[in-house]
Design a protein around this ligand. Structure first.
Ligand SMILES: [Zn+2]
Length: 242
């Protein structure tokens, strides 16, 4: 099976990335990528003191309208290339902060980072339930994913809770080339379950520079090793609906 080149995790100067949205898009085109998501940081945890983050309505609006401008240009001028509006939410942020500022219907992809405990799962569930209630009728939630998620945190208890959670809310697992240790063989049981329960998988390089946008071949190799091509196929099928 041949897959289009995808990279669903990148950062721009709206958070801790080096480049503008426009530069990321131009470089992605040069690299022959077909699906690219901009996923800048959203946090009010300790991390907010260290990096720029999309921490106000004004900033989020500016960010989204810049992506919209690029999308318009792409629609008219380029075939066969999709740019997605994403955001990466730190689950160490407060629930009120997330609920107040994130309107899920404005995004195509929402990533959660630092999900490490069953309490974290309960936290994210609560947010998703809130979004489902608050979203406009006839709108659906964006694609949800776990950024650089370490399955070994759930290896000794909690694995079934985790898998149920991913299945129920259609949350994907990201093969993130910056953190290859998270998809090492020690997590084999987790990957077997992903296959068994047809949980989607994606590829993201967590690019903070233009050079890092190209780092997508190693994750694809590991997806093949774990025979998760079908799971990637389900994700790509979902992307076609955006
Ligand atoms: Zn990231």
């Amino acid at each position: 099976m041949e897959f289009p080149k995808i990279n669903l995790h990148s950062h721009t100067s709206f958070s801790d990335g080096k480049n503008s949205i426009k530069k990321i898009v131009l470089k992605s085109l040069k690299l022959g990528l077909k699906h690219i998501a901009i996923t800048d940081h959203f946090t009010n945890s300790w991390k907010a003191n260290l990096i720029l983050t999309l921490n106000s309505e004004e900033k989020i609006d500016m960010y989204l309208s810049e992506i919209t401008e690029c999308q318009k240009y792409i629609k008219i001028n380029i075939n066969d290339f999709c740019l997605y509006k994403g955001i990466e939410i730190d689950v160490g942020s407060s629930a009120t902060f997330i609920k107040r500022l994130i309107r899920p219907e404005k995004f195509d992809i929402i990533l959660f980072e630092y999900l490490e405990t069953p309490e974290g799962i309960a936290f994210v569930k609560n947010i998703i339930e809130y979004w489902k209630k608050s979203i406009f009728p006839n709108k659906t939630l964006p694609l949800l994913g776990l950024a650089h998620f370490d399955p070994s945190n759930f290896a000794y208890g909690g694995l079934d809770i985790l898998i149920d959670f991913l299945k129920e809310h259609k949350i994907y697992f990201e093969f993130n080339s910056r953190y290859p240790e998270y998809y090492s063989r020690r997590n084999e049981l987790f990957f077997k379950k992903l296959k068994e329960y047809e949980i989607m998988v994606a590829i993201g390089s967590d690019a903070h520079s233009l050079r890092q946008l190209a780092n997508i071949s190693e994750p694809l190799e590991r997806i093949k090793d774990y025979e998760l091509q079908g799971n990637l196929g389900i994700l790509i099928e979902h992307l076609r609906h955006y």
